[in-house]
Design a protein around this ligand. Structure first.
Ligand code: GTP
Ligand code: MG
Length: 200
């Protein structure tokens, strides 16, 4: 899919103020610092479109980006950032949960996992929660430039085994590197296929 335009539309904490209309939305979620905002910039070929930072906790709002004037990419705050304190974490959790459970335009959620790590409880529990609430999601393993291909395959096997304990069927998964621009065609192709079904 060709990205002809990518425009920031609105940031907010309240899903009632998210854009009106029924354009399909694809949102990115995962632990703080996993690379959600960087991935949006890589997919759209616009470096500063979504704000990124080396420090976790950068994105604090629901951010809508209109793509090709027909659908949205949505950057969400990360979960599990300890430095925020209990109150801060609760506030962010509320924003994320509200959006995921209430936003009817949400078409697919991409759960981002850092490919370097073993499955973490917080991510497993989050995906569990998505399942309980029947939210369709796919997985993107990020930062693949940081490890070797062999290590990546090993980590993937560990993940698959772990997820199979709870899931009969595993969700679709992708690999990405914002640094090396890996995964762009695959992820955009996947979105494009879903859009074709919805917008025909
Ligand atoms: P929050 O908004 O805090 O939840 O974080 P985020 O998930 O949006 O992460 P962000 O995109 O801001 O990236 C966090 C850090 O990881 C930044 O320093 C990025 O440059 C780096 N990063 C993101 N993606 C990649 C990648 O694919 N490869 C490498 N090497 N670094 C990456
Ligand atoms: Mg971010």
């Amino acid at each position: 899919m060709e990205i002809k335009s990518a425009e920031f539309v609105i940031s907010n904490t309240d899903i009632r103020k998210c854009p009106e209309g029924n354009r399909p939305e694809y949102a990115f979620i995962g632990r703080s610092n996993v690379g959600k905002s960087s991935l949006i910039n890589m997919l759209t070929n616009k470096k500063g479109l979504a704000m990124t930072s080396q420090k976790p906790g950068k994105t604090q709002l629901i951010n809508h980006f209109l793509i090709n004037e027909t659908w949205y990419l949505v950057d969400l705050p990360g979960y599990g950032y300890a430095q925020r304190g209990k109150e801060g974490r609760e506030r962010i959790r509320h924003i994320i949960e509200d959006y995921i459970l209430e936003r009817e335009q949400l078409t697919n959620l991409f759960v981002l996992l850092d490919c370097r790590h073993e499955p973490l409880q917080i991510d497993l529990e989050f995906m569990e929660w998505l399942g309980e609430n029947s939210i369709p999601f796919s997985i993107i393993f990020t930062k693949t430039d940081k490890i070797s291909r062999g290590r990546l395959q090993e980590n993937l096997k560990v993940y698959q085994a772990k997820l199979s304990e709870n899931w009969e069927e595993l969700p679709p998964f992708f690999f990405s590197s914002a640094e090396k621009r890996e995964g762009r065609e695959e992820i955009l192709g996947y979105i494009s296929e879903i859009n074709a079904q919805l917008l025909k």
